[in-house]
Each structure stands twice: as C-alpha cells, then as structure tokens.
Design a protein around this ligand. Structure first.
Ligand SMILES: Cc1ncc(C[n+]2csc(CCOP(=O)(O)OP(=O)(O)O)c2C)c(N)n1
Ligand code: SF4
Ligand SMILES: [Mg+2]
Length: 312
C-alpha cells in the first residue's frame, strides 16, 4: 500500500504509486489491449497531479472491470453496466475526488447504455473509459453492441445482422462535453488523451480500442492507427460541434473498413459540469457531502479533519 498522504498535499507523484502493494498479477491474456489502458492510466495520474488517495476508480463487469484490482486507488467493482451511477453518486458526495469510471463496450454501450446517455447529458465531471474490443470478452466472445455487422460469434454463428452502435456520435448527441478515441497500440497518445480528459471539467468519454486476441480475431490489433488531430488528411476543429460530428461519422464508418482513426474529437470547455450547475442554483452545498456527518445533536459537522487525524 502506498503511504497515506494528506489530500491536496503538494508533492512529486510517481506512476508506480498506482501499482498495488500486493501486486496481484493481471489475469488478462497475453497481448490483451487492457494492459494498454492500465499503463496509460498509471502514466496519466502523475500528470494530472492526483495521488491514489485522491482517486476513485469505479468499474463494471468484464475483463475490463478487473482494472481496479491492478490499480492502486479507492475502488468500487460494481455490477454489470452500473459503474456510472455509482461514479456519479461518489462525485456528487465528494467533488474533490478524481473519479474515473471504466468498463467494456457490452457493459457501457449495452446493458449500461441508459446510464451512459444520461451521465453524458447531465455532464457529470468524470473520466469514463470504455474498453472497446467489439465483443463480450469475459463471457467468451459473444457479439456486443460494437461488433460489426456480419461479425460471427457463438451467439451469431451466421454473422450479426445488426448495425453497430456509433459510440462517439452517441456521446456527442447525448451531451458529453469531451469525446475522444484512442487505442491500446498507441500508448503515448492514450496517456495524453486520458490526462486531458481528467483535466476537463465535465463528462469526458474516451472510447479506448482494446484488441482481444483471444476472442476477436477480426479486430486484429487496431493498426495502423491515424491521429486525426495530427494528420494532414483530416482537418477539423474539435471545439466546433458540426465539424466534430462529421469527423466522428467518418471515423466510425472507417473503423469497419479497416482504417483506425483516433484523437480528441470534441471538447466544450465552457459548459458547466453537473456539480457546478447545482451549486450555482444553491441545490448543493459548497462543502462536500462526504465531509459532513450528524453529531449527537443532529447538527451537521465537518468530519474531514477527524478522518485525516485518524490516518495520521
Ligand atoms: C446483469 C448481468 N448480466 C450478464 C452478466 C454476464 N456478463 C459478465 S461480463 C459480460 C460482458 C462483458 O463484455 P464487455 O462489457 O464488453 O467487457 P469485456 O469483457 O469485453 O471487457 C456479461 C454479459 C452479468 N455479469 N451481469
Ligand atoms: S478474453 Fe480478450 S479481453 Fe479478456 S483478457 Fe483475454 S484478450 Fe483480454
Ligand atoms: Mg468488450
């Protein structure tokens, strides 16, 4: 375990602080893209200046959901498709905590799709990483909401008859104020995008392409990838909604034609987050709910100092 540090204390933060002391060995298969998410997230934390004590990682169920077993921070491994409501509640109760929600494409775009849409609409301030391997990995390769049309699996042996979900476009139209895609094969870009997403005030959705060599041979390795923000072939302004929408449309079509486009597609840095909106209309106290408790006379008291004293 890392040593307990005072929240907000100024000091140098090392990426290795995010490796759990007991170091459980990941049970992900060799070559799994999920390793890339772990690496990028550990690398991003020192850049945003957050310690494990200041971070909450909330995961869904799937191979992706195992992330918080391998990442040192506060953690909550929820049930399938329910990482977002738990993450929202935690952020509302304690806005000072860096909240990261994470899960698979089945978890977030399928069973949890309703939460995805409404968390984006309400612009809750958090990073949401969706490990997009285009299948259900943990349950052995069934078709997921992002599996391409025609994709063959045990559940769709003749090939999926359904069009896949377009996650970037869905996030934008639902109201997310930051939308990006990166890939496990592109660790430098992934770390930079996760850093910018955490620094953003509002709902930051990152669709993270994670190859599953065990069950999804079709998805190959998501190479070669193109950074749409850097490429001379694409010219768009991520702060312009219409241009972002058009770039997302092309990206989502091209993925299924074998061209992997990535980058930051949309950002609206002026839109207030849910917490900011609620505080502005006086519906949320300035001090975190998590730092309040009732004393014996049923008076609100601040408890943060007591908690810190306990740890010291
Ligand atoms: C309510 C509920 N329904 C179904 C399951 C079975 N289940 C576990 S993980 C999973 C899908 C995993 O796919 P995905 O979310 O894409 O994550 P991955 O394993 O690919 O990372 C399913 C259907 C469950 N655990 N709970
Ligand atoms: S089954 Fe696929 S997603 Fe799950 S750990 Fe193995 S390679 Fe990764
Ligand atoms: Mg999946």
């Amino acid at each position: 375990m890392s040593a307990f540090t005072g929240i907000g204390e100024e000091r140098e933060i090392e990426r290795e602080e995010f490796t759990p002391g007991l170091e459980p060995q990941p049970t992900w298969c060799p070559g799994c893209g999920d390793f890339g998410v772990l690496k990028a997230l550990k690398g991003a934390m020192p850049e945003v200046g957050r310690t494990p004590d200041e971070t909450l990682l909330v995961t869904g169920i799937g191979c992706s959901g195992k992330l918080n077993s391998y990442f040192e921070s506060y953690g909550f491994h929820t049930i399938h498709g329910r990482s977002l409501p738990v993450a929202r509640a935690a952020k509302v109760a304690n806005p000072g905590v860096e909240v990261v929600a994470a899960g698979g494409d089945g978890d977030g775009y399928g069973i949890g799709g309703n939460h995805f849409m409404h968390t984006a609409r309400e612009n809750h301030d958090m990073l949401y990483i969706v490990f997009n391997n285009e299948i259900f990995g943990l349950t052995k390769g069934q078709t997921s909401p992002t599996s391409p049309k025609g994709h063959k699996s045990k559940t769709q042996p003749s090939g999926s008859a359904k069009e896949p979900i377009r996650p970037l476009s869905l996030a934008l139209t639902s109201g997310a104020s930051f939308v990006a895609r990166t890939a496990a094969v592109n660790p430098n870009q992934a770390q930079r995008i996760l850093t910018e997403a955490m620094e953003h005030d509002g709902f930051a959705h990152v669709d993270f392409l994670t190859q599953c060599p065990t069950w999804n041979k079709d998805a190959k390795q998501y190479v070669p990838y193109i950074d749409a923000n850097e490429s001379d072939d694409y010219d768009f302004d991520p702060t312009n909604r219409a241009e972002a929408q058009e770039m997302m449309r092309q990206t989502e079509e091209k993925l299924y034609e074998g061209e992997v486009l990535t980058g930051i597609y949309y950002r609206d840095d002026d839109r207030p987050s849910y917490g900011q909106e609620k505080r502005a209309i006086g519906e949320m106290p300035e001090e975190p709910l998590a730092e309040r408790y009732f004393d014996d006379d049923y008076e609100w008291e601040r408890s943060a100092d007591l908690l810190l004293d306990k740890h010291r």
